[in-house]
Ligand binder design. Structure first.
Ligand code: GLA
Length: 397
């Protein structure tokens, strides 16, 4: 993931165009890109209808395509030699085994093809190239889904707004890939604004752009623990289910409505796991709003303290961290110029995000790369994230 090793959008576009031409014999007529993301704060709150604050980053998936000649859709990827092929009107769960990436691609196209007023849509040939490392907590699946939805809406001439794309892709992931995720990853990929984070209120799914401090002042350093999670695998779903049970026991539809007082008052009606979930969600929602205030007033020390408190809550209350992530946060906090650090994304592996002074960023990045290399067999150096804009169509070269 070093800057030198990361392919540019133009490199990804060239690779995807070349792949489509070689494998399907089709010349791409349309191209789209969608970014991955880093969540600055507000973890495991989106599916509890709370607040999140992600940025889109300059790691993306590029999708190129053309109307197919044959009856079946085909999706080729630079990162796997085996393409996936499917019928647009067959349930993707019948086409692909659980956890197969084809379910994500086919699921998005199936839901797009079901939009009212669309009949007899032709099959598509699509090729993908990506610089979002899979399984690292940087939303490679949302980047794949949103890039395919953006591309297919242009190929089929199905007009769809960015926030509708986000909802459609989230549904595809939930229904066909079986991942009970919230709206955060797809919403930031589809709706991000350059140099801004998005404060998403997941209750009404409204997103407010929050200007970030200038890059001459601070930097966001992303460090890969090298530990790979499988969101589809049970732990994520278990946390979500515990939160929903806690909300039900408190007589609420979601933990968004809970307060610390209510949780304490109702403690006997909650299992230990449910109470921990509730405490995390309620405190994390509060931290997101405090973090936005700290960013807005330039109080980086306070922003850093909130990141550390978020990490502690994810580690101790929700228990979704792992020793490698904890070690990276500890290593970051020993470095000069660091304000705060935390795990980011679903957890059980993936990345940390560290807030530091811009003039310390190079040393922090080097030191965290070395710290990660001590436990990390995947030699991905830490990198400085730039907040980029949303998914878009690209001109074909
Ligand atoms: C994953 C999910 C998101 C969100 C995060 C945790 O990335 O896809 O919806 O729940 O985990 O904050």
């Amino acid at each position: 993931m070093s800057a030198a090793a990361t392919p540019s959008p133009a490199d990804l576009l060239a690779a995807a165009c070349d792949l489509l031409t070689r494998t399907s014999g089709r010349t791409p007529t349309h191209a789209a890109q969608a970014p991955g993301r880093v969540n600055l704060i507000g973890e495991h709150t989106d599916y509890a209808l709370g607040y999140v604050l992600p940025i889109a980053i300059d790691r993306r998936t590029v999708a190129v395509g053309a109307l197919a000649h044959g009856p079946r859709c085909r999706v080729f990827s630079v990162s796997t030699p085996v393409p996936c092929a499917f019928d647009l009107h067959t349930d993707p769960r019948a086409e692909f085994p659980p956890d197969h990436w084809g379910r994500y691609a086919a699921g998005v196209l199936a839901l797009l093809a079901e939009l009212p007023g669309r009949h007899d849509l032709p099959a598509l040939d699509i090729a993908l190239a990506s610089s979002v490392p899979p399984g690292s907590g940087l939303s490679s699946s949302a980047a794949l889904e949103v890039s395919i939805a953006t591309l297919a809406s242009a190929l089929w001439n199905v007009p769809i707004l960015p926030d509708q794309i986000a909802r459609l892709c989230r549904s595809a992931e939930g229904v066909y890939a079986g991942v009970p995720c919230g709206i955060m990853d797809q919403m930031i990929s589809a709706c991000a604004m350059e140099n801004h984070a998005l404060l998403i209120d997941c209750r009404d799914e409204r997103a407010t752009p929050i200007p970030l401090p200038p890059s001459e002042e601070i930097a966001w350093v992303i460090t890969d623990s090298g530990v790979r999670h499988m969101l589809g695998s049970s732990a994520f779903a278990e946390r979500r289910a515990a939160g929903e049970r806690a909300a039900a026991a408190l007589g609420m539809t979601s933990l968004r409505e809970a307060t610390p007082w209510l949780i304490a008052e109702s403690r006997t009606r909650l299992s230990d796991e449910e109470a921990r979930c509730a405490v995390h969600v309620v405190s994390e929602n509060h931290r997101v709003l405090e973090f936005v205030a700290a960013l807005t007033t330039g109080d980086h020390e306070q922003a850093g303290r909130l990141m550390l408190a978020s990490h502690a809550s994810l580690r101790d209350d929700l228990r979704v961290s792992c020793p490698e992530l904890d070690a990276l946060v500890e290593a970051a906090m020993k470095l000069p110029g660091v304000f705060g650090s935390r795990m980011t994304g679903g957890g059980f592996g993936g990345c940390t995000v560290t807030l530091c002074r811009a003039d310390a960023a190079a040393q922090v990045t080097d030191a965290l790369s070395r710290a990660a290399a001590r436990t990390n067999t995947i030699a991905h150096p830490a990198f400085i994230a730039r907040a980029v804009g949303r998914a878009s169509l690209l001109p074909i070269p």
